[in-house]
Design a protein around this ligand. Sequence first.
Ligand SMILES: O=P(O)(O)OC[C@@H](O)[C@@H](O)c1c[nH]c2ccccc12
Length: 263
Amino acid sequence: MHSVINDIVNSTEKRILQIDNGDTLKRDPEKRDIVNAIRTKRSLNKVAVISEVKPASPGKKLRDISPEDAKEIASEMERAGAIAISVLTEPEFFHGSLDNLKAVRSNVSIPVLRKDFIVDKIQFEETQSDLILLIAGILGTKLEEMVQLAISKGFEPLVEVHNKEELEEALKTKARVIGINNRDLSTLEIDLDTTLELVPRIKEFDNENGTEHIIISESGMHTTDDIRKVIEAGADAVLVGTSIIKSGKIYTKTKELVDALDE
Ligand SMILES: O=P(O)(O)OC[C@@H](O)[C@@H](O)c1c[nH]c2ccccc12
């Protein structure tokens, strides 16, 4: 079956051949910790929202976002109570950029997630971020090694899964943060029940092993009802892009989702 995800990975692999691997990136030692940020938010009975600076998704343009725009958008998200900002950096299918990420991270004080298709460790040298997305379904047997490398480079890896098999692979790694993507990356179909199906296994694993994973429900949430559904199922945080960007009212929409438990 032809799927857009193969096109994205192929295009990423071509692009990384051009990365200059002469230097390793200089990182500032500042750590912005998402785990604490989530716990604090939840103790206030607010929703931990990771708000995404997302110019497009495959075949669907949302809004042109320059680094200047990205700064402004991220500041509004932070003011509205988002606990972290996700920035798309994949250029071809999502119209993202590393410059957007740099602009955002220098302009907010909350953690920033690099949302991209990481297939090679050279990408860790491209730019600093507090979290980095590692997609289990793409990395396959390389997942564990990439998690270790990401941690050794100072990133908090967010390992994204979409089904039971990928979740088992994620649980074998040292990642503390697991993202359940409600969108099937091969069909792009959304089903919020994906979160409801996978959360119990993470809780079971944590009970048996004395671990405490952070669970982030990702994609396809538009309303406060959607948010409540996944939070009540046990998600610690939500990751929302499209509905916030498309609303045209970044501050108001972000705040509405942060306050979803008030009603
Ligand atoms: O725009 P949405 O449906 O709110 O979804 C945001 C985010 O979850 C989505 O952009 C995403 C989830 N996993 C990804 C992997 C790569 C690129 C993008 C993504």
